[in-house]
Design a protein. Structure first.
Length: 274
């Protein structure tokens, strides 16, 4: 049995299946960990969700910002963005089943000596605390009033964690960190404007994983979301978004030995990476 962690798929079903075939993925014995952004930008979001849903417990995914965007658009809370490719999914006969499956995915996962989140963790959070906070968001998203949560989920404030945060402000900080974070200050103030590499990062901001004294540094964290950063393999973090939808590569890492597998991709998206 092997566990393969895969970077942002974003509706690139053909590339996902080609990568799985190349590594000899066995859906009976092996497991997939997906770092989120399963949908959007690419052309085959329904096919991606159907395949992963069909794997049952063999596939574990965390939610990314594009996944949450789909849920918000489907609920009528926000309109689609320019460059979205969600129409086929929203019109699919099994739309409700696929959306319900997606809504019940995790915001963070930890097992076998690894943790997984779509974007990042704030420096104050230990793995244990971050998991507990993720469960709070998951309870709101999976509860009967999830539409109200989706309506209050977006916004850039508060930009910093405080232990006394409550209500939707508390949940919003958790969502923003785990699905949107790239850079923050040493005090954990988040930046949501920077989307490129490290060379032009704003003064005073660091990649979340480079903040000195980060409380989660004792566990390797798998993440995606940062296509401009590219594949990043370190002892403490594995950044797996290698820009498949932007014409680069889709990446899988076998967690047991950290062997890297990749397949090439066509540039099938328009707009800026998010």
């Amino acid at each position: 049995m092997a566990t393969y962690a895969i970077g942002d798929i974003q509706g690139c079903y053909d590339e996902m299946r080609r990568l799985l075939d190349s590594i000899g993925f066995d859906p009976v014995q092996d497991r997939l960990w997906l770092v989120g952004d399963l949908v959007n930008r690419g052309p085959q979001s329904p096919e991606v969700l159907r395949y992963l849903r069909g794997l049952g417990e063999r596939a574990i995914s965390v939610l990314g910002n594009h996944d949450l965007h789909l849920l918000v658009v489907a609920a009528g809370v926000r309109k689609p963005h320019r460059g979205d490719t969600l129409d086929a999914l929203l019109a699919a006969p099994d739309r409700d089943e696929l959306l319900d499956w997606l809504r019940r995915q995790r915001l963070m996962h930890a097992d076998a000596g690894y943790a997984m989140v779509h974007a990042g963790l704030l420096p104050q959070w230990s793995i244990t605390q971050a998991l507990a906070l993720a469960r709070e968001v998951e309870a709101a998203l999976q509860g009967p009033d999830y539409g109200e949560f989706l309506n209050c989920m977006y916004g850039n404030t508060p930009a910093q964690w405080r232990d006394d945060l409550a209500g939707y402000d508390r949940l919003r900080v958790v969502v923003n960190a785990m699905t949107r974070l790239r850079l923050c200050t040493s005090a954990g103030v988040m930046d949501f404007t920077h989307k490129t590499g490290l060379a032009d990062a704003p003064a005073g901001y660091l990649p979340w994983f480079d903040v000195p004294g980060r409380a989660s540094s004792d566990t390797p964290v798998l993440f995606g979301h940062w296509a401009a950063l590219g594949l990043t393999l370190r002892a403490d973090v594995l950044g797996l978004d290698s820009g498949c939808v932007w014409g680069r590569r889709l990446t899988a890492v076998r967690l047991e030995d950290r062997r890297v597998f990749q397949c090439g991709c066509e540039n099938i998206s328009a707009g800026d990476p998010q």
